[in-house]
Design a protein around this ligand. Structure first.
Ligand SMILES: NC(=O)C1=CN([C@@H]2O[C@H](COP(=O)(O)OP(=O)(O)OC[C@H]3O[C@@H](n4cnc5c(N)ncnc54)[C@H](OP(=O)(O)O)[C@@H]3O)[C@@H](O)[C@H]2O)C=CC1
Ligand SMILES: CC(=O)N[C@@H](CCC(=O)OP(=O)(O)O)C(=O)O
Length: 350
């Protein structure tokens, strides 16, 4: 247990996951915001850019090139892929813990990383010891981790949606598992892009990444670890006219043993001590608005008559359980804090 407040640095404080970290950490009882970086806004008070934080965060942005991150206990990277791996070596050498919200420490196979992210991996030695940060799957490893690869938003829904079945070997892996997944536009970040303009993204829906999305290899690698064998996985993401929110509908064929299993009871038991995974009662239809602003992932199971398939529907807030909330959950575990500290909020409705 940490006795003093944890000194926190955030690299990339002007983006959506950065400001979500600020929102959560501003109310965290054991964390003290110490450094928040921006390349373009150095010197500007954080609350001038984000008035929602007035009276809660009194720091100004610092240029990342000038920031002394080595005085922090933990540094969150809420930055594009490739930034954390360029600084992790020095931070780890200084004893600082690192939580990367991008993909630098998610894929153990550097060839797969380089193929999808078009970047050479800068520190494979640190990657080899990094932990994939889904606490519900890897809590013990997170506890002692120096570096966390915080999962992608889509992967969190699919992995928590399937873990109970795969861990028990209840899936017929002779056919692919399919996830049809939908994300609100904040999933694309705060940078200006035509696809996320109001006139493009509102009152509209579209699939993207159908020929291949970088979350496919991340999800596949983790599904195979859960199953202990190779398997096939089909993933189609969609952009939907929401600001926050993500919903994955996952189609999985049950094995003969799976068909004889009470899957509802299995999921309820698997997640009974997990404060952030909510298995809804039979027949429920999870809605993104029930998780908006909260760190919960809610899921429901539906069997598909006569087909042998089970459909798992999982919802989360992409910026919270899909990014900043999960990162804070990891921090809490790494520092021996109450896992729910700073995350005990009730989602906003409507
Ligand atoms: N949005 C989401 O739902 C999710 C996002 N992620 C991942 O989290 C990371 C951050 O995403 P998001 O917040 O949406 O992105 P944004 O585009 O909203 O923000 C990116 C931030 O990174 C900073 N930045 C950019 N380049 C650099 C650099 N070279 N060095 C230092 N800082 C830099 C920018 O700040 P400035 O220009 O002011 O320096 C900005 O604050 C990404 O890797 C994303 O893929 C993961 C899960 C979900
Ligand atoms: C709607 C939208 O564009 N979403 C993003 C995923 C966001 C995410 O989880 O990001 P990283 O894996 O990059 O960290 C996308 O599909 O690229």
């Amino acid at each position: 247990m940490h006795s003093k407040k944890i000194k926190v640095g955030i690299v990339g404080g002007t983006g959506y996951t950065g400001v979500e970290l600020l929102r959560l950490l501003a109310l965290h009882p054991d964390a003290e915001l110490s450094v928040i970086t921006s390349r373009g806004e150095a010197g500007l008070p954080v609350a001038d850019m984000f008035p929602s934080l007035r009276g809660r965060v009194d720091l100004a942005f610092t240029d990342p090139a000038q920031a002394d991150l080595s005085q922090c206990d933990v540094v969150f990277f809420a930055t594009p892929h490739g930034v954390a791996m360029s600084q992790a070596q020095a931070l780890v050498a200084a004893g600082v813990k690192v939580i990367d919200l991008a993909a630098d420490f998610r894929l153990q196979d550097t060839a797969v990383f380089e193929k999808w992210y078009k970047l050479p991996h800068g520190c494979p030695d640190i990657l080899a010891n990094a932990v994939y940060g889904i606490p519900e799957l890897y809590r013990e490893q997170v506890r002692s981790a120096q570096v966390i690869g915080n999962p992608g938003c889509y992967p969190t829904t699919v992995l928590l949606g399937l873990a109970p079945l795969l861990e028990q070997g209840l899936v017929d892996l002779s056919v692919p598992i399919i996830s049809d997944s939908k994300s609100g536009v904040s999933g694309a970040g705060r940078k200006a892009e035509v696809a996320t303009l109001f006139a493009e993204a509102s009152d509209n829906m579209k699939a993207y990444g159908v020929a291949g999305h970088r979350h496919h290899p991340e999800i596949l690698a983790q599904l195979q670890l859960l199953a202990g064998t190779s398997l096939q996985f089909i993933f189609v993401p969609h952009l939907v006219p929401l600001i926050r929110g993500m919903l994955s509908t996952i189609y999985v064929k049950l094995s003969a043993r799976g068909l004889k299993t009470d899957t509802q009871a299995l999921y309820e038991t698997r997640y009974q001590n997990e404060p952030f995974v909510d298995v809804l009662p039979p027949g429920s239809l999870p809605e993104t608005r029930t998780v908006r602003g909260g760190n919960q992932l809610r899921l429901a199971l539906h069997s598909q008559p006569d087909s042998g398939y089970l459909t798992v529907i999982a919802v989360q807030d992409n910026l919270v359980k899909g990014a900043a909330g999960q990162a804070v959950q990891n921090m809490n575990i790494m520092f021996g804090l109450d896992e729910q500290a700073g995350l005990n909020t009730v989602p906003l409705l409507p």
